[in-house]
Design a protein around this ligand. Sequence first.
Ligand SMILES: *Cc1c(COP(=O)(O)O)cnc(C)c1O
Length: 420
Amino acid sequence: MSAIQDCDPEVAAIIADEERRQVDSLEMIASENYASAAVLEATGSVFTNKYAEGYPGKRYYAGNQHSDRLETLAIERAKALFHVEHANVQPTSGAEANMAAYFAFAAPGDTIMGMELSQGGHLTHGSPVNFSGRLYNFVSYTVDRETEAIDMAAVRRIALDAKPKIIVAGATAYPRAIDFAAFGEVAKACSALLMVDMSHIAGLVAGEQHMSPAPYAGVITSTTHKTLRGPRGAMALCRSEHAEALDKAVFPGTQGGPHLHTIAGKAVAFGEAMTAGFADYARRIVENAAVLAEALSAGGLRLVSGGTDNHLILADCGSKGVSGLKAQNALGGAGIVTNRNTIPWDTRSAYVTSGLRLGTPALTSRGMGPDEMRRVAAWILRVLDDPDGEGVREAVRAEVAEFARAFPVPGITGRAPVVA
Ligand SMILES: *Cc1c(COP(=O)(O)O)cnc(C)c1O
């Protein structure tokens, strides 16, 4: 940080404030995490200076001997980690990875099937305000009204009827395990390509805490910065038969030069994710989410689908008489950072919402365990039971800050206890 302090104290001060915020608050946004010091260092390296359009061995610029080594290493690690035949580590974000996958395997106007956005699907799974919904004919599947879990019989019915070119499995706010084998069966039955967007659960797949999509999916897209704990970026994985189409769709199809500095961070993160320490980290994420869910439920907060199988919880704040918006703001004031979210069949608007999405990846990266989850649940309940109480919020904020500071933040206040 010293170079920034020397030449640009204004930016340095903003970064320092953000570091303080990340240390003092409880980061419970399910898609966020703390990258390790090694990942941050690699991402901030001199590879940011280099252009490398193309792929290892086939570049459009000179001077790429080390870029080729770097990207090849990242590719080999991704393949080994996720048990796939081909990996493209160039997508700059999850949205771009999905754009490339659609571009590779569907033509504009083709039918693609994905999860209903208001029930957990991602913006890039067919939102009308997103390129996906504008360029492709998206049809969606929902969860079952009773169980609030994906209804595979309905998925099958809709798929056989709509005959999509691609079926997208994967979600951004879904607390249950996704049966990729069952999705694979449906895709086979209607001759569709199964695309798994495992952005949220990539770290759980790496740590064998969630069924791997590799045996069933034609193409897998994923961000690298969520449960996987890598730099902000993405990747696309596939079988050899789809490799050429996928690579062409990433470059030159949808991107220019790769972000080699981020690819350096990805290589480090993949290396970390291959360790026994990471598998234990993934296990603790899921354990923490289960303990948090149980404590919140016991405190009278209704959880969508009754609980969780993964790293996230979708709480129905309506059960406490508050909207998701109000809950998010009240908790934010108490130093507990979350995001509001629609719940299935929500009666409130997409801006106000009834739901709150809570995740355990970042807290687990700080070394917190079941005892800490019970304390966190108690704070959440205290705030939600008195969402207008400024005194409660202030008291919780002070307790949270003191508690949070006792847990090191990877990359900021100490080395992670995560990858031992
Ligand atoms: C986060 C996420 C994305 C998008 O990733 P960005 O890097 O924000 O573009 C795509 N799909 C799913 C399922 C996600 O959870």
